[in-house]
Design a protein around this ligand. Structure first.
Ligand SMILES: C=C(C[SeH])C(=O)N1CCC[C@H]1C(=O)O
Ligand SMILES: [Zn+2]
Length: 601
């Protein structure tokens, strides 16, 4: 057979790259139209474009694998072929591909259309997850109302897709095997190009669990003080419906009744955002201005024309879960977010703008490298900036927090710092076990360790083991609670967020050093990289790499390290960790939790 030369490979690949951009653009537009307006017509268009894209990738792949790319000299050409040689779900037959695309679309449609009836008024049954249910979980302090919402959301979302999900698992594993992976867990983990990646994640959790347990114990105490011993057992897992979030993944919404120093200023800027007439547009403009202050890119005009930054009021069904979109033409980038004017959504706006900044910084790369160094990097960018924006110093600088005279004396300042770190920890530390267990469950499912007859109780076993939470009522295998979470039904991996929440503190520390914010032992949690072109240029040089290099090379650009390391996170929260240990000691709080028996195992 003909042996293809490296020169011929270059020609082939350049042509392939030009063509894939066109198919990718058409596919992204069809997906955007469906997610922005769930109709049968838009579903059919999306399935057609998806099938065409998959056919193109499969046909090209037949050609591509004829090249002896493993023996190429040019490292970049070799990497292009290596990454392009993983076909993914396009390896499925046309029928299987279309079936899988249909299944995922249907699950996203069910999730996006799901509604529940109000606890206060059983005739009012038009409550969507965003914004109504999310807002109720934030403000309600009625544990019976919270239990109602918790149960009803699961009955109208997860439970409805139990059968469909089994077929999803089968098709995903079929595709993985066609790519020479044992199962889809292995295919998903391939993104990290790291042999012992799961062990590294496990080691990070071991390092971080003590901090989580201290936070868990303190929060459980204050939930017990509020809702009583009957509802919140002193040594038990925390009932999952009381933590201010549908999946108990971040606990920031319940900070108000458990602030360490209640008389000190809290850093909840939502009231001021509303008072100052903030709009979703202004929230995204604020984020853009921070990126520009770092000498990074402003949004193209088309971003503001084509993005959807608040939920349309024309009654259409759409996927409200926030997302950032790259249309593969190095021009068209968008965000779709059903933004509410509050601090949580201001952080999410920065999170999504981080994705878009990555798109803009690597737009010159060939299509195959227009990705994060690994998926965790893509999730970390916006959060790194949000760490600076969230500091009391920055919030005061942009007028969202009042100057407070009392900060003058040392004690007041120390107490205000504990309050600040506590509110950040409720979102950053609380999140870690949830992010880990989301893919621990899916890896077990794809590997066949968990079979459909124990999907639900396996999830609750993991939730008890890692999050130290339990359902507010008994659950059984009739329920399918994990699928009440968007990423499960939308085929989006989740370990990327665990990676992001660890490495974002490494990036923050590296950028803070570049910005000169850590001189004279200044603490990491006070750092604000705003307007530092040194920090911005460093971040930009990492973002421009995309996935052209293995992620340790990209990590090294900013941090000088080549591995994930939780030390920066621990350093950031050190004052809080000391305080929590002392406080839990003082109150004699039980650290950890006893077993739960709410799902017949
Ligand atoms: C905002 C996004 C879109 Se990539 C998201 O899904 N996030 C951001 C943090 C965790 C995770 C979630 O909401 O579950
Ligand atoms: Zn994201």
């Amino acid at each position: 057979p003909k042996v293809y030369s490296e020169e011929e490979a270059v020609t082939f690949y350049n042509n392939f790259n030009e063509q894939i951009k066109v198919y990718c653009n058409r596919n992204s537009l069809a997906r955007w139209n469906y997610d922005s307006n769930i109709t049968d017509f838009n579903l059919q268009r999306k399935l057609e474009e998806g099938a065409a894209f998959a056919k193109f990738k499969k046909d090209s792949w037949q050609e591509l694998i004829k090249y002896p790319w493993k023996y190429f000299n040019d490292p970049e050409l070799k990497r292009k072929f290596k990454l392009s040689s993983v076909l993914g779900t396009a390896a499925l037959s046309e029928d299987d591909f279309k079936r899988l695309d249909t299944i995922i679309s249907d699950m996203k449609s069910t999730y996006s259309k799901a509604k529940i009836c109000s606890f206060q008024d059983s005739t009012k049954c038009d409550l969507n997850l965003e914004p109504e249910i999310t807002e109720l979980l934030k403000v309600s302090r009625n544990h019976e109302e919270l239990r109602h919402i918790w149960i009803e959301w699961r009955r109208n979302s997860g439970e409805k897709v139990k059968e469909t999900y089994k077929e999803y698992v089968t098709l995903k594993n079929k595709a993985a095997k066609l790519n020479d992976y044992a199962d889809n867990a292995a295919l998903w983990l391939g993104n990290y190009e790291t042999e012992d990646f799961r062990d590294q994640i496990s080691a990070l959790w071991v390092q971080l669990k003590p901090l989580y347990q201290q936070l868990h114990a303190y929060v459980r105490r204050h939930l017990r003080l509020k809702y009583g011993e009957e509802v919140v057992k002193a040594k038990g897992p925390i009932p999952a419906h009381l933590l201010g979030n549908m999946w108990a993944q971040t606990w920031g919404n319940i900070v108000d009744f458990m602030l360490p120093y209640p008389e000190r200023q809290s850093t909840d800027v939502t009231p001021n955002m509303i008072k100052q007439g903030y709009t979703p547009l202004k929230m995204f403009k604020l984020s853009e201005e921070f990126f520009v202050s770092l000498n990074l890119s402003a949004m193209p005009e088309s971003f503001w024309e084509k993005s959807i930054l608040e939920k349309p009021t024309d009654g259409r069904d759409m996927v409200c879960h926030a997302s950032a979109w790259d249309f593969c033409d190095s021009m068209d980038v968008r965000i779709k977010q059903c933004t509410v004017v509050n601090q949580k959504d201001l952080n999410t706006a920065h999170h999504e703008m981080g994705h878009v900044q990555y798109f803009l910084q690597y737009k010159h790369q060939p299509n195959i490298f227009q990705r994060g160094a690994n998926s965790g990097f893509h999730e970390a960018v916006g959060d790194v900036l949000a760490l600076s924006v969230s500091t009391p110093k920055h919030l005061r600088a942009i007028g969202l927090l009042e100057e407070s005279a009392s900060e003058a004396d040392k004690d007041a300042e120390r107490e205000a710092t504990i309050n600040y770190l506590f509110s950040i920890a409720l979102n950053k530390i609380a999140f870690l076990p949830f992010a880990y267990q989301m893919d621990l469950w899916r890896w077990d499912v794809f590997e066949g360790k968990t079979t459909p007859e124990n999907y639900n109780c396996h999830w609750w076993r993991l939730a008890e083991q890692f999050q130290g939470i339990e359902p507010p009522v008994d659950r059984s295998e009739e329920d399918f609670d994990v699928a009440s979470k968007y990423h499960i039904i939308a085929d989006v991996p989740y370990i990327r967020y665990f990676v992001s929440f660890v490495i974002q503190f490494q990036f923050h520390k590296g950028l803070c050093q570049a910005a000169g914010q850590l001189e004279n032992n200044a603490p990491l949690h006070e750092c604000d990289i705003y307007k530092s072109t040194k920090a911005g240029n460093l971040l930009g040089s990492m973002l421009q790499l995309g996935q052209s290099k293995p992620w340790p090379d990209a990590m090294e650009v900013i941090t000088g390290q080549r591995n994930m390391d939780a030390s920066a996170l621990r350093e950031y929260f050190a004052p809080l960790e000391d305080w929590l240990r002392a406080e839990n000691e003082r109150t004699g709080e039980f650290i950890g939790w006893e077993k739960s028996d709410k799902c017949e195992f």
